[in-house]
Ligand binder design. Sequence first.
Ligand code: ADP
Length: 274
Amino acid sequence: MDITLQQVSYAYAKNTPFEKRALYDVDLHIPSGSYQAIIGHTGSGKSTILQHLNALLKPSEGSIQIGDVEIKADKKNKQLRKVRQKVGIVFQFPEHQLFDETVLKDIMFGPMNFGVSEEEAKHRAIELVKLLGLPDEVMEKSPFDLSGGQMRRVAIAGVLAMNPEVLVLDEPTAGLDPRGRKEIMDLFYKLHKEKSLTTVLVTHSMEDAARYADRIAIMHNGKCVLEDTPQAVFRNEERLTDYRLEVPQSVKFQKKMEQMIGKSFPTICLTEES
Ligand code: ADP
């Protein structure tokens, strides 16, 4: 399922004294089956875009096409439920949204709420618990009795249980240790490859964007200022600093960049301060 943003602008609290423009004329095409990273410093508009991808927010101006559904400010839309089913979002710290008595019930909740039979929802939950490397015995436990890393996996299983066509990941490894980070990012990549799952990763990690994505979009002050392959983006060293993407050190990443773009390139990460 393709997603296309055309000249999308968005203002929070529109037409009030608190109006705050967060996006300006964003064009972005995310083809079906691709892996798109969206990077940018804090406040650059990443979360605002992300919420447009499954119609939690509607553009103030411009339009967004999600599969065969077009979303526009002035257009009433009866298909938002369909969009939300097809575009799954793993929000930051998704474990904060766990709520049910048992892991099994929690994972089954989404699909059953969307009309999937109990048998099928249970089947999906069992498969996903395996896929996410959780032991079988967690199924009947309360999600709140699990470790932080396990809770994160259960929450991810809950999103995947909807069988989304597009998976949107908002800093999915925030707060995890390096091993947990890599395991989860590798798992998302495997899903992307094996199921041609269209994946959108919102991240501060240039390393993750470089390692996993086919395309990288850079957000800066509410605008999409650069959208290209990782190779082309990292060749644009000077422009990256203009967008407050900083350049510290990591030998491993530098080597990877050298392989990718055929010249020495320092490690990049994003500055947190706006
Ligand atoms: P990022 O995800 O890149 O940190 P956001 O999309 O959260 O950026 O924010 C973009 C801009 O919109 C920022 O200036 C931010 O302060 C503002 N903003 C975000 N959420 C709200 C909100 N609920 N109300 C008003 N302004 C907001």
